[in-house]
Write a protein that binds this ligand. Structure first.
Ligand code: SF4
Length: 372
């Protein structure tokens, strides 16, 4: 019978002291200059931590700056319409995070006078704030000694003590042990910096593949010094879908838009789509597109599904015949589409078709592998 991992193999106080100072020294010299690290404002830390869940740092930087510029305080976020929040989230994927953040801001605004609680325990009690986010806010903004355990930290701890990975669903007992070890190891004098140092180590040196052990500050205390045993990922499924790209070239637009072309977009309800409330291209009834009408094929990942998306150029007069009815449809001037709450796929397609303004193109290209 397999022996359960235990925390018997923990470090002595002297070893932990050495590990803390080595890690913090390394962090001081090597930390990336990221915009949210210049602030101890709990609201700003909260926004950044939510954005960083499941989205790469390079993508988050630009979106974070725009979001904080538009919603500089919790109250300003709470007062904003959801569509505006979703529009600013566009390109980050996983829109549920934006909705939860918005709702939690409204709750704090209505019930707590706009002030986020200071302790991890109180933060965890709020709707939309889990233990990871609560620990990040409490330790970084308020100096509470509580460990942040994200995927990066979990990997570092497992490798340090020589355990295999817990897997996506995870063995509850091992997860508890990892959290216990992380809470033992955390530096009591600088918990916020220590948490960020552990996450930085996992994000830059202790990588899932090809960890950089030779330059790791914790190498001397690491039982693995390399890749650890992991659980195989669930196989991705493949699905073929089709969307219509419908553009009115000569629309009679009275305002001064430079690009007077309009694209047909659709907003669907939760019973019609996995992206309720966001603006999408109309769905084709049949994803098998004749070669002469195929505008492009796009791969787009959502959770465990790889979508192979065919985009069909559809003339205005054929929309009813070729697309699935449903949702609210709207003709949108191309100059305005970029600022709407588009799905990642719609943004990707419009960018590749050179229908979005160039300023938005680079951001959309970065989200090539995004998931929603
Ligand atoms: S020595 Fe290697 S495996 Fe161990 S913590 Fe450092 S980077 Fe990770």
């Amino acid at each position: 019978m397999a022996k359960e991992n235990t925390t018997e193999q923990t470090w002595t106080p002297a070893t932990m002291g050495r590990m803390r100072s080595q890690l913090l020294d390394w962090y001081e010299r090597n930390r990336r200059d990221l915009p949210w690290r210049r602030s101890r404002n709990p609201y700003a830390i909260w926004v950044s931590e939510i954005m960083l869940q499941q989205t790469r740092v390079a993508v988050v930087i630009e979106r974070y700056l725009a979001f904080i510029a538009r919603f500089p305080t919790l109250i300003s976020l709470a007062l904003a319409p959801e569509q505006e929040v979703l529009a600013l989230w566009s390109g980050l994927g996983y829109y549920r995070r934006a909705r939860m953040l918005h709702k939690a801001a409204q709750f704090v605004s209505s019930n707590l006078g706009g002030n986020l609680p200071a302790t991890a325990a109180e933060l965890r009690a709020l709707p939309g704030i889990g233990s990871y986010t609560a620990a990040a806010i409490a330790s970084i903004a308020h100096g509470e000694r509580v460990a942040v355990v994200d995927g990066n930290v979990e990997r570092v701890i497992c490798r340090l003590v020589g355990w295999p990975a817990t897997g996506r669903t995870g063995a509850a007992a091992q997860r508890r042990n990892i959290e216990m070890l992380a809470n033992q190891l955390i530096d009591p004098r600088r918990p916020g910096d220590f948490n960020q140092a552990m996450m930085e180590l996992g994000a830059t040196l202790c990588l899932p593949r090809n960890p950089q052990c030779l330059v790791c500050p914790l190498r001397g205390e690491c039982k693995t010094q390399g890749e650890h045993k992991t659980v195989p990922r669930p196989r991705m499924q493949s699905r073929e879908v089709g969307y219509a790209l419908v553009v009115r070239p000569e629309a009679a637009v009275r305002d001064t838009e430079t690009d007077k072309r309009q694209v047909l977009l659709e907003q669907r309800s939760a019973s019609q789509t996995v992206m309720p409330g966001l603006w999408e291209l109309p769905s084709l009834q049949n994803p098998a597109v004749p070669p002469q009408d195929l505008r492009m094929t796009v791969r787009h990942a959502i959770m465990q599904v790889n979508y192979y998306v065919r985009i069909r150029a559809v003339p205005v007069e054929a929309v009813d015949e070729l697309t699935v009815a449903g949702g609210e449809r709207r003709w949108v001037p191309l100059g305005k589409a970029a600022d709407m709450a588009l799905t990642g796929l719609a943004r990707k397609v419009l960018t590749r078709a050179h229908l979005l303004p160039p300023a938005q193109s680079s951001m959309a290209e970065v989200t090539e592998e995004d998931t929603e």
